[in-house]
Design a binder for this molecule. Structure first.
Ligand code: ZN
Length: 430
């Protein structure tokens, strides 16, 4: 393994200094596919509600690399020795785990009907600079890195460091998202969590003295979900981007004559087998720049959505308790909007979501184990009364998002109000 002649250092507000000593890690960071992550915001549209949440997937990826490196050091001290190539596998998987994210991830993926994890795999395995570097290190190494990220690698210990209920990814994003949003809920005791990590029977467990730090971590996750990741304004903005991209796709399919050059979007929407080079050209800036161009298009819906996107014209949210007849009442609201000439594809969304704080029976999730005084590791909900209370108890959210300005301007405003009231179970005055 080649070391750099001089180590490189990134200043980081979360981890202070992130040091790079391996030549391969530095070359991966320098590759264009990794540099692109500078141009993708970590939290998509969350800056619309927390204005300083402008941090990038680039800085988060460096943070995950940093935490993975700390984990290797802690485990090494405890007697779990990784070979050079295992160490490099952990570091590369940590650094590259978010490589396939597109701009405004969730909305982009929904409209394209793709999964960013597929694109992470493709960037690792197809003809890219990243692939060239990984294969230069060791033949077949790109596949190994891909397998760790996809949780398919036979070394489950390595997989769990990158992807489990408590992993390098989540530990970094909770701290980072908390810092950049200015919400204190994500502040976790990373030092204690790392210092109490052990390997028991090939699996991570935490010393009993670290249990309260783990409890705090799980509650931080819960609070960050509801306060940040599932904030109504973030969700509303995501739906707006989804509407904008869906409109672009429809107009391209219908043969609408755009004034601006749409070749890039054509390549994106024309096939389900998107060329990796086309995909890599998309970042937050491309979407924002095109939204500016769309303000001058003749299609009124496209213009309106682009303006709402650029000027924070959010869809309005209405929470409701789902009843047996809610699906029918939603359909009635949708037909009332269509009757009023309001495009429901662009301006109406029904969001139903369940979020578990900690679900150790969930697919692909490694449980969190606590090493008790008798030397046996036990799943945390059997040891902690607090976690026992929240395990497998998802919190639910049902919310309607709609373009209130279109409802207000409609001649059918009263019928629309009535249809909305019937669904959400309370009176509204738009
Ligand atoms: Zn991540």
């Amino acid at each position: 393994m080649q070391a750099l002649a001089d180590e490189k250092v990134f200043k980081c507000p979360i981890h202070s200094f992130i040091r790079v000593t391996d030549k391969l890690i530095w070359e991966l960071i320098e590759a264009p596919e990794f540099q692109r992550l500078r141009r993708i915001k970590q939290l998509g549209g969350t800056h619309i509600v927390y204005p300083t949440a402008e941090h990038s997937r680039f800085s988060h990826s460096l943070g995950v690399y940093f935490i993975a490196r700390r984990m290797i050091d802690v485990l090494n001290k405890q007697g779990t020795r990784f070979t050079d190539s295992e160490r490099m596998l952990i570091l590369c998987a940590a650094l590259l785990h978010d490589l396939g994210h597109g701009p405004f991830s969730h909305s982009f993926e929904t409209v394209l009907n793709i999964d960013h994890e597929d694109f992470t795999r493709r960037i690792l395995l197809e003809h890219t600079q990243i692939n060239h570097l990984l294969e230069g290190y060791q033949t077949g190494f790109s596949q190994e890195v891909s397998d760790v990220i996809a949780k398919k690698h036979p070394n489950r210990l390595i997989v769990s460091l990158i992807s489990s209920e408590i992993d390098a990814d989540r530990l970094d994003y909770l701290l980072r998202d908390s810092y950049f949003t200015g919400t204190p809920y994500g502040e976790i005791d990373l030092e204690r969590i790392l210092r109490t990590m052990r390997v028991v029977n090939g699996k991570i467990a935490f010393k009993h003295s670290g249990m309260h730090a783990i409890e705090d971590y799980l509650f931080s996750r819960y609070q960050m979900y509801w306060q940040v990741y599932l904030h109504d304004c973030s969700l509303s903005f995501n739906f707006l981007i989804q509407s904008l991209l869906t409109r672009v796709k429809k107009l391209l399919t219908d043969g609408y004559a755009f004034n601006c050059d749409m070749r890039l979007f054509h390549e994106l929407f024309a096939t389900t087998d998107i060329n990796i080079n086309t995909y890599l050209r998309f970042d937050d800036g491309v979407i924002t720049t095109f939204a500016g161009f769309f303000l001058e298009e003749s299609d009124a819906t496209l213009r309106d959505l682009a303006s709402k996107f650029l000027n924070r014209g959010l869809l309005k949210e209405f929470d409701y308790e789902p009843q047996e007849n809610s699906p029918q009442l939603y359909e009635q609201l949708a037909s009332a909007m269509e009757m009023a000439n309001i495009d429901t594809v662009s301006y109406l969304f029904n969001f139903n979501h369940e979020q578990s704080t900690y679900d150790h029976y969930g697919l692909d999730c490694e449980s969190i184990d606590i090493l008790t005084a008798d030397g046996i590791s036990r799943e945390i909900s059997t040891v902690s009364n607090i976690i026992q209370g929240i395990v497998n108890a998802p919190k639910k959210k049902s919310t309607i998002f709609l373009a209130l300005d279109h409802v207000k301007a409609s001649a059918n405003k009263e019928q629309l109000e009535k249809a909305l009231e019937a669904l959400i179970g309370r009176s509204v005055h738009v």
